[in-house]
Design a protein around this ligand. Structure first.
Ligand code: B12
Ligand code: SF4
Ligand code: SF4
Length: 314
C-alpha cells in the first residue's frame, strides 16, 4: 500500500493539511485505564457526554466494521500573538478566533476520504474532528504526529501545539508510522504557570479547574466558581496560557496559511460590547465562529466574571 499512502500524503499537502500520519486501530489497555481513571476522578466535570459510548471509544471496529487504519491529520491554526492585560478587553484563545474548525477541517478530510475512495474503490472510511467518541490525542501520539506534552496537548516538532487533530478511520490497510520521542524533558513551565493548577499531574487536566472548560464548555447557567474566576485575568473564551509558555511553541509555531483561522476582530473583544450585546448581533457576529458555543448568556457570564477579576486586581 506504499503507493496509495504516497498519493494520500500528496493529496493532503494539496489540501493544505499540515501533517498526516498512519497508525493501526489497536488501543493499549493502559490508555483505556487512564481514560477510565480520568472519568472516575470526575475530571470531565459536567461534560457528561464523555462518559458515553465507552465501547466505541475503546474499539474502533464498532465505529467502522473491518477498520484497519487510523489516519491522523494535523491542521495548523496559529494566528500569531497578541497583546494582553488590557482592562477593557477579553482574549479569545487562538483556536477560536477564526471560522469554526469543525467545518473547515471536516471539509478537507471529506475531500481526502473521497480521494481515497477513488483510488481504492471498494474501501470504506469515516471522518471525525473533535466530536466523535475517539481518543484523538492517543492516536495522534501513536501515529507520530507529535508527543503529548505535560500540558496535555500534542506537540509537533514541526509546528508546536497550535493545531487541530482530524481523523479518518478506514478499512484500507496502510504501512504504519512510528511514535516519536517525548521532548518535554525536565521542563515544567506549563504546570508552574497554570493559574488555577488545573494540570494536576503531567498530561492530566482537571476540567473543574480549567479556564478553558469554564469559558467554553460550562453551560450558560453554571456560575464560574470564584476560585477560578478570580485567577483569570484575561480570557473571555478558552485559554492558551499553558501553550503560550511552551518553548516548543515559542520556537516552532508558524502562522497558519489558512485564512479562515485568522480574524483579528475576534482576538481581543470589548467586554462592554459583550455586556450590551443583543441576541441578533451575537448571532450575526459569531455565526461561523466557535464562540457561538457558549451562547450569548454564557459569553456575558464570562465577561462579567472577567470585569470583576480585572477590577479587583487594580
Ligand atoms: C474534553 C476535551 C477538552 C476538555 C478536557 C481537556 C483534556 N486535557 O482532557 C477541556 C474543555 C478542558 C479542553 C480544553 C482544551 N482543548 Co480540548 N478536547 C477535549 C476532547 C473532546 C476530549 C479529550 C479527552 O478525551 N480527554 C481525556 C483525557 C484523559 O484524554 P487525553 O488528554 O486525550 O489523553 C489520552 C492519551 O493521550 C492517552 N495517554 C496519555 N498519557 C498516557 C500514558 C500512557 C502510558 C498511555 C498508554 C496513554 C496515555 O490517554 C488518554 C486517553 O486516551 C478532545 C477531542 C477528542 N475527541 O479527543 C479535544 C481536544 C483535546 N482539545 C483540543 C484543544 C485545542 C483544546 C484547547 C487548547 C482549547 C483552548 N485553547 O481553550 C484546551 C487545552 C486544555 C489542555 N491543557 O488540555 C484539541 C487538542 C489538539 C492538540 N494539539 O493536542 C482536541 C484534540 C480537539 C481537536 N480535534 O483538535 N478540551
Ligand atoms: S488551558 Fe489554562 S487553565 Fe486550562 S490547564 Fe492550560 S493554563 Fe491551565
Ligand atoms: S511547557 Fe514544557 S513541560 Fe509543558 S508541554 Fe511544553 S515542553 Fe512540555
Amino acid at each position: 500500500m506504499k503507493n496509495i499512502k504516497d498519493e494520500i500524503i500528496k493529496k493532503s499537502i494539496e489540501l493544505g493539511i499540515s501533517d498526516i500520519k498512519f497508525t493501526s486501530i489497536e488501543i493499549e489497555q493502559a490508555a483505556i485505564t487512564r481514560y477510565q481513571h480520568w472519568i472516575d476522578s470526575k475530571f470531565h466535570s459536567s461534560m457528561h457526554y464523555l462518559e458515553n459510548n465507552f465501547e466505541k471509544r475503546t474499539n474502533v471496529q464498532l465505529i467502522l466494521e473491518q477498520a484497519k487504519t487510523v489516519i491522523v491529520c494535523a491542521l495548523n491554526y496559529y494566528p500569531g500573538d497578541y497583546s494582553t492585560n488590557n482592562k477593557d478587553f477579553g482574549k479569545v484563545s487562538r483556536y477560536a478566533q477564526g471560522k469554526d474548525y469543525h467545518i473547515t477541517f471536516k471539509n478537507k478530510l471529506a475531500l481526502l476520504a473521497e480521494f481515497l475512495q477513488e483510488i481504492s474503490p471498494n474501501s470504506n472510511s469515516k471522518v471525525y474532528v473533535d466530536t466523535g467518541a475517539i481518543f484523538e490525542r492517543y492516536f495522534a501520539e501513536k501515529a507520530g504526529i507529535g508527543w503529548q506534552g505535560k500540558n496535555g496537548n500534542i506537540i509537533s516538532p514541526k509546528i508546536g501545539s497550535y493545531f487541530f487533530i482530524g481523523i479518518i478511520i478506514t478499512d484500507v490497510e496502510f504501512e504504519t508510522d512510528l511514535p516519536i520521542k517525548n521532548h518535554c524533558g525536565t521542563c515544567n513551565l506549563c504546570l508552574q504557570i497554570c493559574p488555577t493548577q488545573a494540570i494536576v499531574s503531567p498530561k492530566i487536566i482537571d476540567s473543574n479547574k480549567c479556564i478553558a472548560f469554564w469559558t467554553i464548555e460550562a453551560k450558560p447557567y453554571q456560575e464560574i466558581p470564584s476560585t477560578i474566576a478570580d485567577k483569570n485575568q484575561d480570557w473571555l473564551f478558552g485559554c492558551d496560557i499553558c501553550q503560550e509558555v511552551c518553548p516548543w511553541n515559542k520556537k516552532f509555531a508558524k502562522v497558519t496559511q489558512i485564512q479562515d483561522f485568522i480574524n483579528p476582530n475576534n482576538s481581543l473583544i470589548s467586554l462592554t460590547d459583550i455586556i450590551q450585546m443583543e441576541q441578533e448581533e451575537f448571532s450575526l457576529k459569531f455565526k461561523d465562529s466557535p464562540i457561538k458555543r457558549t451562547k450569548l448568556e454564557g459569553l456575558k457570564r464570562n465577561a462579567f466574571a472577567l470585569i470583576h477579576s480585572k477590577n479587583s486586581k487594580t
